[in-house]
Design a binder for this molecule. Structure first.
Ligand code: SF4
Length: 73
């Protein structure tokens, strides 16, 4: 079974909104207009296959490669 963690590189994020449109369960806008991880998934190991798929899709669509997907197993 796959297991991942996701993080945002705030220095790269341009606040385009693609990630929160694609996976609103995982990403939302912070007070600076940049992406952040929702409290549900922040520093949490994600094991739900549907959420992993969404996180990977959002990461692949990010124009500035600001979403880091750490593969844990
Ligand atoms: S898709 Fe990338 S650049 Fe756009 S808001 Fe999300 S992390 Fe930021």
């Amino acid at each position: 079974m796959s297991k991942i963690k996701v993080r945002i590189n705030k220095d790269k994020c341009i606040g385009c909104g693609t990630c929160y449109a694609t996976a609103p369960e995982i990403f939302e806008m912070d007070e600076d207009g940049k992406a952040k991880i929702t409290s549900t998934f922040n520093e949490v190991e994600i094991t739900d296959p549907a959420m992993i798929e969404k996180a990977r899709t959002a990461a692949s669509m990010c124009p500035d490669h600001a979403i880091e997907v750490e593969e844990l197993e």
